[in-house]
Structure formats: structure tokens, C-alpha cells
Design a protein around this ligand. Structure first.
Ligand code: CTP
Ligand code: CA
Length: 234
């Protein structure tokens, strides 16, 4: 199919996809954020819509055009993302957590801009930012999963190899910990940077030692491999 024509495979399915990266505000002008562009999540939405799915795209701080036929729900923080996913997930066939969700947020939000000199007694002091944990949205979805009518849950992870193990070692451990159906592992390293159009991933399935390798390829091609893996479970 060309130019947005329907390719099929996900007709009658509802899929929820999170994309981008959350921002956790400190004051009206500052936040803690991350480098996720949202390109992979938007590519997943584009391909799912082309395959006939009804797509809800929860987009955290992205500056990308809404894919044709996709419902976009903009969010900023991890808490807002959690609420948007909770609203969209009931009845969905698939939830794909491609967003980079902040693990922590500032414990306190300051209504007015934090000034450089914030302590009159010590004009050169620097503040310490206290953090608290954010909810793990993926873990919440897995925990609330029923026996039937529960969605296929897909997690994403960016991993590097280190002295404790290879990219795949870390990915297998994370999949077992998370308990989602599929884990799409992004290889990150010095030559693999954020915001690029090409991606290299490994797709792992819970309870299986079989791994699907995809890329280096454009994010739409990676997305096709992810949906192929999801469709095998549906
Ligand atoms: N995730 C989530 N909620 C969070 C953090 C992560 O739903 N608060 C989801 C991400 O969207 C992703 C998956 O969990 O699909 C894995 O994220 P990752 O950061 O790799 O996992 P963590 O358990 O946070 O592990 P790490 O210590 O490596 O950050
Ligand atoms: Ca994390």
C-alpha cells in the first residue's frame, strides 16, 4: 500500500501508544526531562493506523505532526501520562509503552521562579533538589491485567552492555522483572544516538528464548517488525 493506504492486519483493533518523554516541572520555567524525540512512538502509530487499527497516541512533549487518522492525547508529566493511559487502556487490544517516562519527579513544585540567590543568609548557596518516585505505568498495567480481555502489553528499553552483561542479558532480566508480553530493546551506545531516524532493536517475548532482530532501519520499518510480533500474539 502507498501513501497512507490501509495495509491490514489490525482491523477492528484498538491500540494505545505512548511516545516522547515526560517533563517534571520544578518551577514555572524549569523541568527535568529527557532526550526522547517521540519519533519511534509516532512511527508505531503511523504503521498501526495503516494496518487498520484505531490508534490513541499519548504524546509527551513531542513536536511531531499527528499521523493521519490517529487520536493524539498530549501530556507533560508521568502522572498525566499515567492518567491518560488509564483512561484509554480499558477495552484496548494492545498498549505500547514507547515513551521515556521519568522515574523521579521533584518532590516540591515552586509556584514562582526559583531565584539564583534563594537563601539570604548564604547568597552563594545552591539548592538541593529532592526527588520522589513516579509510578511505573507499565508495571501498573501488568499488575491490573485480568485473565481475559487484557491487552497485549509492550515495553521498550534502551540498554547498553557493561561488565554485568550484554545488551540482551540486561534485556532478558528487565523483561522477566516487568512481566510484559514483549520487550523492544534499543541498543544505545556511542555510535547510536537519540533523535536519529534509524534504529536497531531486538524484540523479546516473555517466556521464549527466540529473539527477533530488526534494523538498522528507519523507524517505520522497525515499527512493522514490532506490529508483526504483536499480531502473532493477538
Ligand atoms: N516505564 C513506565 N513508567 C515509568 C518508567 C518506565 O511505564 N515510571 C516504562 C517505559 O515506558 C518502558 C519500560 O517501562 O516501556 C522500561 O523502561 P526503563 O526505563 O527501561 O525501565 P526501568 O524499570 O525504569 O529501569 P531503569 O532502572 O533501567 O530505568
Ligand atoms: Ca527508567
Amino acid at each position: 500500500a502507498s501513501g497512507g493506504g490501509v495495509e491490514g492486519g489490525l482491523e477492528g483493533r484498538t491500540v494505545v501508544i505512548t511516545a516522547g518523554g515526560t517533563r517534571e516541572p520544578l518551577d514555572p520555567v524549569r523541568f527535568l526531562g529527557n532526550r526522547s524525540s517521540g519519533k519511534q512512538g509516532f512511527a508505531l502509530a503511523t504503521v498501526a493506523a495503516r494496518r487498520g487499527a484505531r490508534v490513541v497516541l499519548v504524546a509527551a512533549n513531542t513536536s511531531l505532526a499527528a499521523p493521519e487518522g490517529v487520536i493524539v492525547v498530549p501530556v507533560q508529566t508521568a502522572l498525566e501520562l499515567e492518567t491518560a493511559v488509564a483512561a484509554a487502556a480499558p477495552g484496548a487490544d494492545v498498549v505500547v509503552m514507547a515513551a521515556a517516562v521519568a522515574d523521579f519527579r521533584p518532590a516540591h513544585y515552586t509556584d514562582s521562579k526559583i531565584k539564583k540567590t534563594h537563601d539570604a543568609a548564604d547568597p552563594d548557596a545552591a539548592p538541593t533538589i529532592e526527588l520522589v518516585r513516579n509510578p511505573d505505568v507499565l508495571a501498573g498495567l501488568v499488575a491490573r491485567r485480568g485473565d481475559d480481555a487484557s491487552p497485549v502489553i509492550v515495553g521498550f528499553a534502551a540498554e547498553t552492555g557493561d561488565e554485568d552483561g550484554s545488551v540482551l542479558d540486561h534485556a532478558r532480566a528487565k523483561l522477566a522483572r516487568k512481566g510484559c508480553d514483549l520487550l523492544v530493546v534499543n541498543e544505545v551506545g556511542t555510535d547510536k544516538t537519540f533523535g536519529l531516524d534509524d534504529n536497531t532493536v531486538h524484540i523479546l517475548r516473555l517466556g521464549s528464548s527466540h529473539v527477533v532482530d530488526a534494523g538498522p532501519a528507519p523507524k517505520e520499518e522497525i515499527s512493522a517488525a514490532v506490529w508483526d510480533a504483536v499480531q502473532q500474539i493477538l
